[in-house]
Write a protein that binds this ligand. Structure first.
Ligand SMILES: Cc1ncc(COP(=O)(O)O)c(C=O)c1O
Length: 399
């Protein structure tokens, strides 16, 4: 009679010996295991020595992260990519991987608040200084660069006033000064804009926004030249910022519909922007495809298929008008302090995303208390326009 292992032994080894079949699943498998097993040391060493593709321990990289990284690198036209636990872990990986004490960064003052906090509060403690500029002003960027400058950090489309720096002009400045241009393309995505094709050294994203698309997957990703990505990957592994497999798997599923979603966001964003621009309760709309936008020409040149679903607008009634609008829209267009979901959401930048800024800094960025940022989803634009029309003050009361 063969001796049957004890139930605790059977339970502890459940599933360990069953390899997946030869056929590939249509949706890549979710490999949630934090570690893999090997038949002998030689096989493990081949993977550790990069002689063979494989996975060892999740923090060094895992199957779902690798699938996502290949997909984003291909979409961005980049040689390689590395995924990270959040968007902030991506920019942290970039600065820790590429900079050392004594280095200098030039960054757009319109950059995401978390990026500015990293530059303003964390990096000076490590001996890395930053000069903030208006990246849409090439002269100001050129003047800020010093012999110690290593990185120029910009965003493809800025939050909330939708500024569009002229990337080819910035790349030319960077090349002359030996400075790597790094683009946060969270708002634009590779469906609409591929910074690497314009000469940027690196492009990065916050995944819960458009890349994932459904406010479900957490994460960040950086794409670019293989040597730079190798250095960033090492820093992400050393500091422990690896993306989890489940979020990587969810992000990949979202990524499959990215170009279709971006086309719908773009169509809805423009229709809503045009509606708001025609409404008497709205004094100004920030949308780069509207003729009056200061960067309309740059946007049309760099993002010929449109700019996605982000826009902001100024209410004539100021802060009181914002409260009325939020109440009027209710759950149809909810107040939600993130962006880029398939559903339309709004936020009040002055008291949420940018609340840590001083009144002077808010004024410098053009963020007033009457400004509302709208993240237009993929709903039918006519429905959104009807909901906004009903929630804004009646036209006749405005004369
Ligand atoms: C443009 C932009 N970049 C970076 C980030 C940071 O990403 P995360 O929140 O995933 O760390 C955000 C977050 O809102 C963002 O909007």
């Amino acid at each position: 009679m063969t001796s049957r292992p004890h139930p605790t032994t059977l339970a502890a080894r459940a599933g360990t010996h069953i390899a997946p079949g030869a056929a590939l699943p249509l949706t890549p498998a979710l490999v949630q295991s934090t570690v893999h097993t090997y038949p002998d040391l030689a096989a493990l060493h081949r993977v550790l020595d990069d002689e063979e593709q494989g996975q060892v321990y999740y923090r060094f990289g895992h199957y779902n992260g690798q699938v996502l990284e290949r997909a984003v690198a291909d979409l961005e036209g980049a040689a390689d990519a590395v995924s990270t636990a959040s968007g902030m872990a991506a920019i942290t990986g970039i600065v820790f991987g590429l900079l050392e004490s004594g280095d200098h960064v030039v960054a757009d003052r319109n950059a995401y608040g978390g990026t500015r906090t990293l530059l303003d509060l964390e990096l000076p403690r490590l001996g890395i200084e930053t000069t903030l500029v208006d990246a849409a002003d090439a002269g100001e960027v050129r003047r800020a660069i010093t012999p110690r400058t290593k990185l120029l950090l910009v965003e493809a489309l800025t939050n909330p006033t939708m500024r569009v720096p002229d990337l080819p002009a910035l790349v030319e400045i960077g090349e002359q000064a030996g400075v790597t241009v790094v683009v946060d393309s969270t708002f634009a995505t590779p469906a609409l804009f591929r910074p690497i094709e314009h000469g940027a050294g690196l492009v990065w994203h916050s995944i819960p926004k458009y890349l994932g698309g459904h406010s479900a997957a957490m994460g960040g990703i950086v794409a670019g030249d293989a040597e730079l990505i190798g250095r960033i990957r090492a820093s992400v592994v050393h500091y422990g910022g690896t993306l989890g497999p489940f979020d990587a798997w969810m992000a990949l599923i979202g990524l499959k519909t990215l170009p279709l979603r971006m086309a719908a966001h773009t169509r809805g964003g423009l229709a809503v922007a045009e509606f708001l621009a025609s409404h008497p309760a709205v004094t100004h709309v920030h949308h780069p495809s509207l003729p009056g936008h200061p960067h309309a020409e740059v946007a049309a040149r760099m993002l010929p298929d449109g700019v996605g679903g982000m826009l902001s607008f100024e209410l004539a009634a100021g802060r009181a008008g914002v409260d009325d609008l939020i109440r009027g829209l209710g759950s149809a267009i909810p107040l939600s302090p993130s962006l880029a979901d398939v559903a339309t959401t709004l936020v009040h930048p002055a008291t949420t995303t940018h609340r840590s800024l001083t009144p002077e800094a808010l004024a410098e960025l053009g963020i007033t208390h009457g400004l509302v940022r709208l993240s237009v989803g993929i709903e039918e634009p006519a429905d959104l326009i009807a909901e906004l029309e009903a929630a804004l003050p009646p036209r006749r009361s405005l004369g």
